[in-house]
Design a protein around this ligand. Structure first.
Ligand code: PLP
Length: 376
């Protein structure tokens, strides 16, 4: 089955008990068991697993082409569980540009968990080869990255990771499986903040890990999820399931809108750069064209005139709402250095746009007006 079909049918179809066409929502926290706590219907207690969450996991595994998925309360809960599952003493190599919450985990928590964190430019083949030597336990990357929209060659880094005996985890939040399926290119685990495009409507928080194969790592992560309680709630699982059904067509439109804006803005005299992998001048364009079916809905602008000019543009936008997060139907803008705070590695002139599903001409007009009205 093709992705569009799977996105609608992968979660198991109509409910056999009731005939309900839409997925049922089971809010129960506890499930009838036998006298010696034998599960009679597959579930015992919500923190360990519940029907709507499992339905979401079946769908996510199918959409990524993996054999096992685990749904979490947030993307960060998924990230933390995966890192905590690694044996102490290991070394984790992160691509240099990544979600700042994960960077903070790497810098502040990993040492306490007995793990060493290193950063490298995995988009540069020589730097990637040098960084992924023996002794690497895990390689962690986003592509496209948050917020610089850098592109990493998934097949190439997967081969290097395999040669080093390391697992490769790809945070696929920006691309979603509608546009890119890292497991098919050799990754071992895909991570999502389902808060973003998979939910798709800025009304649910969630995370997920999808494993190419079940095994010791997936089991340890599931154990940690049970112990620490980071599992996705039934209602949030249901909202993400609903989002998955429209994911393919939303991603098509997000990508078309972002590409239209990137083309309209490229070369604008008030911009130092338009960061979008769909533009032929982007250093990762050829790789992105190979490993993605479209370039996604995230776009960053570097505003000529630095921080002051970037903040002025953000304040002048009307259709782009000033808010954090991404992946919803409405367009958002954010000055990432301000959002990330002290320790941010994001340039001060960068605005990140989450391009929504509005008409692209209206979005382009909003941006043109905000840029053109900057004092000279
Ligand atoms: N990964 C990426 C790429 C993100 O952008 C985010 C959040 O913005 C996360 C992970 C963390 O997800 P959550 O906010 O659901 O914990």
């Amino acid at each position: 089955m093709r992705f569009e079909t799977l996105a609608i049918h992968a979660d198991g179809g109509p409910d056999p008990g009731s005939g309900a066409v839409a997925p049922p929502l089971h809010l129960s926290t506890t499930f009838v068991h036998g006298p010696a706590s034998e599960p009679l219907h597959g579930h015992l207690y919500v923190r360990e697993g519940s029907p709507t969450q499992v339905r979401l996991e079946v769908a996510l595994a199918a959409l990524e082409g993996g054999e096992r998925a685990l749904a979490f309360a947030s993307g960060m809960a998924a990230a933390a569980a995966l890192l905590q599952a690694l044996p102490a003493g290991g070394r984790v190599v992160f691509h240099r540009d990544l979600y700042h919450g994960v960077r903070a985990l790497a810098l502040e928590r990993l040492p306490r968990w007995g793990l060493a964190a290193e950063f490298a430019d995995l988009a540069d083949p020589a730097a990637a080869r040098a960084a992924l030597g023996p002794g690497t336990a895990l390689v962690w990357l986003e592509t496209p990255t948050n917020p610089r929209l850098e592109i990493v060659d998934l097949a190439a880094v997967a081969a290097l990771a395999r040669a080093a005996g390391a697992s490769l985890v790809v945070d696929g939040t920006f691309a979603t499986p509608a546009l890119q399926r890292p497991l098919e290119l050799g990754a071992d685990v895909v991570l999502h903040s389902t808060t973003k495009y998979l939910g798709g409507h800025s009304d649910v928080q969630g995370g997920a890990l999808v494993f190419r194969r079940p095994g010791a790592l997936a089991e340890r992560v599931e154990e940690l999820r049970k112990e620490l309680g980071g599992v996705a709630s039934p209602f949030n699982s249901w909202l993400v399931l609903r989002g998955l059904r429209t994911l393919a067509c939303r991603m098509e439109r997000h990508s078309a809108n972002a590409l239209a804006l990137a083309r309209a803005l490229a070369g604008h005299p008030r911009l130092a750069a338009v960061l979008y992998p769909g533009l032929p001048g982007h250093p990762g364009h050829a790789t992105a064209a190979r490993q993605m079916s479209a370039f996604g809905g995230m776009l960053s602008l570097r505003v000529a005139g630095g921080r002051t000019a970037a903040l002025a543009v953000a304040a002048r936008l009307e259709l782009f709402t000033l808010a954090t997060s991404l992946g919803g139907v409405e367009s958002l803008v954010e000055h990432r250095a301000s959002a990330e705070g002290p320790g941010s590695t994001t340039p001060d002139d960068l605005l990140r746009l989450s391009v929504g599903l509005e008409h692209p001409d209206d979005l382009a007009a909003d941006l043109a007006r905000a840029l053109d009205s900057l004092p000279s």
